[in-house]
Design a protein around this ligand. Structure first.
Ligand code: WQD
Length: 337
């Protein structure tokens, strides 16, 4: 089954391409390379031995989407392509609405025109905002997003729900990611943050390798086990495998079909626990200090992931140690250390 992976040269997209091949699917990548590098394709070839079909382009480009889907005989799509920097989205909301929401609408129009049934949408736990109770399940009420980025995910889910309600001949699954971390164990692909990383783990590995002088922990006065924020940190390979499980469920489904799944470990770990685990697993000391809170941060969130286990037959296989070991191996590899 040929699967179009939009944003397939990105962090989660590239790892999903590997797992699609492992599961017997035939992925085709479209990516505008705005937040990824063409070198990722070489990493994918080093892992899989295959020169993957790659199209450089924007998912707002309707003609390009139609051309690729028709030419490649695409039967399903995994839609990763989106901007994802929370802070940038606050400064440039229209850029985020145009790209993240616009590309989804364009894709849906093309899918119905070409009668393609299966779609997996990259959503986010950010739709839960600051939950009143943790862990959050799929029935936990969504809350107003903390950023335009998060709002594009909420709006994206609403667009999918309304499209299905209109009777579209589509089968769609939204996967709500928590915090993807780590890298492929081969260290051939991993996270490639542009500029100063916003996310915790790449900042940790860049501090450990000497690119950054010191990590700042954004607050330790929260009402959590050690005062620092709690998140659900999931190995990117486990997250990638969830997309294969979602496609297999869609293959068995009758359109119109829509469902939503949390994709996390089901365990909450604090920022300070991540630091301690990183130091232990990699046998090093990290230079960090406690600083002021970062505005917009949620105090704690982690997922109840029973639904993905019970309905998709998916659950994580890797541990936090695996994630932080693989993240460090990748950082060393890209810095030739
Ligand atoms: C995690 C924790 C920070 C950096 C965001 C998006 C989410 C998804 C993942 C895209 C927080 C703390 C971080 C640092 C720190 N985005 N931290 N020092 O904010 O949970 O989620 O990224 O897919 O939708 O909202 O991730 O890694 O930025 O922060 O103390 O230098 O680490 O305060 O508690 P976040 P994050």
């Amino acid at each position: 089954m040929k699967i179009l992976v939009t944003g397939g040269a990105g962090f989660i997209g590239s790892h999903t391409v590997v797992e699609l091949l492992n599961a017997g699917f035939s992925p085709v990548i479209i990516d505008d390379l705005s937040n990824s590098k063409k070198s990722v394709l070489q990493g994918l070839k080093n892992i899989t031995g295959i020169d993957l079909p790659f199209y450089e382009g924007d998912c707002n480009d309707r003609d390009l989407l139609k051309k690729v889907i028709s030419a490649e005989g695409i039967e399903g799509v995994i839609h990763f392509a989106a901007y994802k920097a929370v802070g940038e989205s606050v400064d440039q909301p229209l850029k985020y609405y145009r790209n993240n929401v616009g590309s989804l609408v364009t894709l849906l129009e093309v899918l119905s025109e070409l009668k393609i049934k299966n779609l997996v949408f990259s959503s986010s736990c950010t739709v839960y905002g600051q939950p009143d109770i943790v862990p959050v399940s799929e029935s936990t009420p969504r809350k107003p997003a903390e950023s335009p980025y998060g709002n594009t995910k909420t709006i994206g889910e609403d667009i999918l729900r309304d499209t299905i309600k209109s009777g579209a001949a589509l089968s769609i699954i939204s996967l709500r990611y928590f915090n993807p971390i780590g890298a492929h164990p081969s260290a051939e692909i991993g996270e490639l943050p542009t500029g100063v990383p916003n996310n915790l783990v790449p900042y940790i590995t860049q501090t450990a390798i000497g690119i950054r002088k010191k990590l700042t922990v954004f607050g330790n006065d929260y009402n959590t086990k050690d005062g620092s924020n709690v998140r659900d940190f999931i190995h990117v390979v486990d997250l990638a495998k969830a997309h294969v499980s979602a496609l297999n469920l869609l293959k068995k489904s009758e359109a119109p079909f829509y469902d939503v799944f949390n994709v996390g470990t089901g365990t909450g770990n604090s920022v300070l626990e991540i630091i301690e685990t990183f130091e232990k697993v990699n046998d090093l000391k990290l230079n960090y200090e406690i600083g002021p809170r970062r505005s917009g941060d949620v105090e704690q969130i982690y997922g109840n992931v029973d639904k993905a286990r019970d309905i998709m037959g998916w659950q994580v296989e890797k541990t936090l140690d695996d994630s932080l070991r693989d993240a460090w191996a990748w950082e060393k590899k890209i810095n030739n250390k």
